[in-house]
Design a protein around this ligand. Structure first.
Ligand code: FAD
Length: 296
């Protein structure tokens, strides 16, 4: 196995163009497991660790441009205000050691339906900035996941950054696992209230072949909140609306039975998490959250 160690982003893109089957390595917390277990033996490993800009981020007016290799620990500690949903999801990833190494670029590269960043990115609204020697493109997060552990990257492309919309309202992330730490999700749910546009977005993890949004649930809730004047009044969401939202979220799942849980359990748990996270975020919105932009 050849180890390519580009010193700059340009060198990395050139190396990927020359060796399209080269496998990038960032934190290594996914790829090294595969190599150690002999599940994969790539001809070339493309080490991205010398490219410092991949571990940097910029906070803009409307979004955060998060370098592909920014570790979860930094998101938790430095970007909690801008990206609360992703910060909460980051907290649930593995252990401090893994969170110091692993990042969102690697989670997207692996594109496991159980990756914890995905529901938070789907709920917040994000675009993946990918680049090759041919140029740069922004892939909407909804179009990024193309199958089980498959993504929309072309063979010569690398992930440069993720553009994530800054929170304009409360966000939550909930994960079911067999214990509180070092656990891959049995299923997970992310929600983001967007008072500025009077919309709610969601993300479901580990309950379909890819991470997905509960679109029918979002549409139902958006209409119910608008028609009932909830955004203006901040009144409590009626149990029937919350129940219908939960049922539609459950219906968005297309899970399988596996070692971590049954399909039936996953559907049920996603409904529970949808109802709970809606309750938590709405309570936050009714309180301090309502002073946020667009809610006045
Ligand atoms: C013990 C343990 C526990 C874990 N627990 C969790 C958990 O709770 N939740 C969770 O979501 N994950 C978990 N993981 C998986 C892993 O930590 C995450 O997926 C992490 O985000 C991977 O990031 P990384 O930088 O280490 O990726 P790497 O292992 O370096 O790479 C992962 C994949 O992404 C590709 N890649 C990396 N960077 C780029 C780039 N810039 N452009 C294109 N492709 C790229 C690589 O080629 C590879 O295919 C766990 C792993 C371990 C070992």
């Amino acid at each position: 196995m050849d180890f390519l160690r580009p010193a700059s982003w340009e060198e990395a893109l050139a190396a990927k163009a020359e060796h399209p089957t080269a496998v990038p390595i960032a934190g290594g917390t996914d790829i090294m497991v595969e190599i150690n277990f002999d599940h994969r033996r790539p001809e070339h490993l493309l080490d991205l660790n010398r490219i410092t800009e991949l571990s940097e981020w910029e906070v803009g007016e409307e979004s955060v441009r998060l370098g592909a290799s920014v570790p979860y620990t930094r998101i938790m500690e430095d970007l909690r205000a801008e990206l609360p949903g992703l910060a909460l999801a980051s907290h649930t990833v593995a252990s401090p050691q893994i969170r110091n190494r692993g990042g969102v670029g690697g989670n997207l590269g692996t594109a496991s339906p159980a990756g914890d960043a995905h529901p938070a990115l789907l709920a917040a609204g994000a675009e993946v900035e990918v680049e090759s020697v041919r140029g740069t493109r922004l892939i909407p997060i909804d179009a990024f996941y193309t199958g089980v552990k498959r993504n929309a990257l072309a063979p010569d492309e690398l992930i440069r950054a993720v553009h994530i919309r800054k929170a304009d309202g409360p966000q939550q992330y909930s994960k079911v696992g067999t214990r509180n730490a070092m656990v891959i999700a049995v299923c997970a749910f992310g929600i983001a209230l967007h008072p500025a546009t009077r919309t709610v977005r969601t993300g479901i993890g580990s309950a379909a072949p890819t991470p997905v949004r509960a679109e029918a649930a979002e549409e139902f809730l958006n209409a119910a909140l608008e028609e009932g004047g909830f955004w203006d009044s901040g009144k409590i969401i009626t149990p029937s609306v919350a129940k219908q939202f939960a049922e539609l979220a459950s219906g968005a799942c297309n899970p399988i039975d596996d070692v971590r849980g049954t399909a039936r359990y996953r559907r049920h748990a996603v409904g529970i998490m949808a109802r709970r996270t809606l309750g938590w975020t709405w309570e936050q919105y009714r309180g301090s959250g309502r002073t946020l932009e667009g809610a006045a």
